[in-house]
Design a protein around this ligand. Structure first.
Ligand code: PMP
Length: 428
């Protein structure tokens, strides 16, 4: 038995399902998770000492690659000074200033400890600021596990949300209206029906959580116009896309200013951080300035701030996003060639350093089309890639991430493995 399997059966005795986050279980791919021992650059090493090229990147934060010397050094120095004070530090202002300078819609930013906290807090702020209660989210977008956001779509375009998890009160879920991503007319209808009740629209401007799906031309602009027209706040959840698609996130790429933005992942450089920010007059509604309460024992934790600061400093370098794009293009060219050669039903969806290979015969534009992908084919693909030493997110409905430390050799190795894995899929 592999060491990972041994560790997993031990973990299951003490931890529900053996994992501290369900996405880590390999359930959708009929396998058991690898237990990781260490990671360096674009490589990750399991408990059996096997090396993999990593495209999970801790689900997004590790844009520099694992264990980057600048981040490690900063952490070592900070550790000697202390790991938490529960009092303000200059580090918090430094990171806040960097976020404000980097993201034009953000005047002020509040640090929290996870993406979930960021979106939960942003919703509370939107509700407190507007005095309204309903929110609109898009089908297939994930914003963490806050009650209001764990709601899936029912059928029909203006369907009231149903609880997507046991334990979410139906009364609260009813306040969440779900519409299809990329569908502006659905959104217009909801706004017409509930006009003065909508506090906010929240979405991933480019989705990663149904796999990578990009906005149709004009979609984000229409969203911005509609929310303005009805006095609702527009919240971009850039937990995944922030500092990933561009330094200023998806909003820089598409040139749209949301009212509030949520961050996580990259801004913590691999340590637990989330943040939410926006225009000053909205952010000043938060306690202690304003009436919306939100707090945190470890918020603005100095170790996390140092990791974030050192990560953003490096990302600011001139060629960061061109470099990521170049690697993304290289991978895309190779995989598209393979798909053609092997002749499988697969669609490669990529924006910059985020990508998903959908086992689908047509373009994926929303949750329904994403869900029509062949998950059995994905499972075969995933397991063959793993065997070939490529570590991918264990689900069809996730984003893969390229880091600055992925070299051309690793990309080439990945393309070769992809060819073999597609052949396996074709055999079935
Ligand atoms: N929003 C988005 C867009 C995310 O991708 C995630 C996590 N994958 C979250 C929110 C929640 O973040 P966390 O897991 O840090 O709570």
């Amino acid at each position: 038995m592999s060491k990972s399997k041994e560790l997993f059966s031990e973990a299951k005795k003490y931890i529900p399902g053996g994992v501290n986050s369900p996405a880590r279980a390999f359930k959708a791919v009929d396998n058991d998770p690898l237990f990781i021992e260490r990671a360096k650059g674009s490589f990750i090493y399991d408990a059996d000492g096997k090396e993999y090229i990593d495209y999970v990147g801790s689900w997004g934060p590790m844009i520099l690659g694992h264990n980057h010397p600048a981040v490690v050094e900063g952490l070592q120095q900070q550790l000697l000074k202390g790991s938490s004070f529960g009092a303000p530090t200059k580090l918090e202002t430094t990171l806040a200033e960097m976020v404000v300078a980097g993201v034009s819609s953000v005047d002020k930013v509040r640090m929290v400890n996870s993406g979930t906290e960021a979106t939960m807090s942003a919703l509370r702020l939107a509700r407190g600021y507007t005095g309204r209660t309903k929110i609109i989210k898009m089908e297939g977008c994930y914003h963490g596990h806050g009650d209001s956001l764990l709601v899936e779509a029912g059928s029909g375009i203006t369907t009231l949300g149903i609880a997507g998890s046991a334990g979410v009160p139906a009364k609260l879920a009813e306040e969440t209206i779900v519409v299809a991503y990329n569908d502006i007319s659905a959104l217009e209808e909801v706004f017409k029906e509930y006009s003065q009740e909508i506090a906010a629209v929240i979405l991933e401007p480019v989705t990663g959580n149904m796999g990578v799906v990009t906005p149709n031309a004009g979609y984000l602009e229409s969203l911005r116009n509609l929310t303005k027209e009805y006095g609702a706040l527009l919240i971009f959840d850039e937990v995944m896309t922030g500092f990933r698609l561009a330094y200023g996130g998806a909003q820089e790429l598409y040139n749209i200013e949301p009212d509030l933005t949520t961050f996580g992942k990259i801004i913590g450089g691999g340590l637990p951080v989330g943040a939410y920010g926006g225009k000053e007059k909205i952010m000043d509604y938060i306690a202690p300035e304003g009436p919306v309460y939100q707090a945190g024992t470890l918020s603005g934790n100095p170790l996390a701030m140092v990791a974030g600061i050192n990560t953003l400093k490096l990302l600011k370098e001139e060629d960061t996003y061109d470099n990521l794009e170049e690697k993304g293009q290289l991978l895309e060219d190779g995989i598209l060639k393979n798909i053609k050669k092997v002749d499988v039903h697969a669609v490669f969806s990529r924006l910059g350093s985020m990508f998903t290979l959908f086992f689908n015969s047509s373009e994926v534009t929303d949750y329904q089309s994403a869900k029509s992908s062949n998950t059995k084919a994905f499972s075969i693909y995933f397991n063959k890639m793993l065997e070939e030493g490529i570590y991918l997110p264990p689900s069809q409905f996730e984003a893969n991430f390229i880091s600055l430390s992925h070299g051309k050799d690793e990309i080439q190795t990945t393309i070769e493995a992809n060819y073999k894995a597609l052949l396996e899929v074709k055999k079935q």
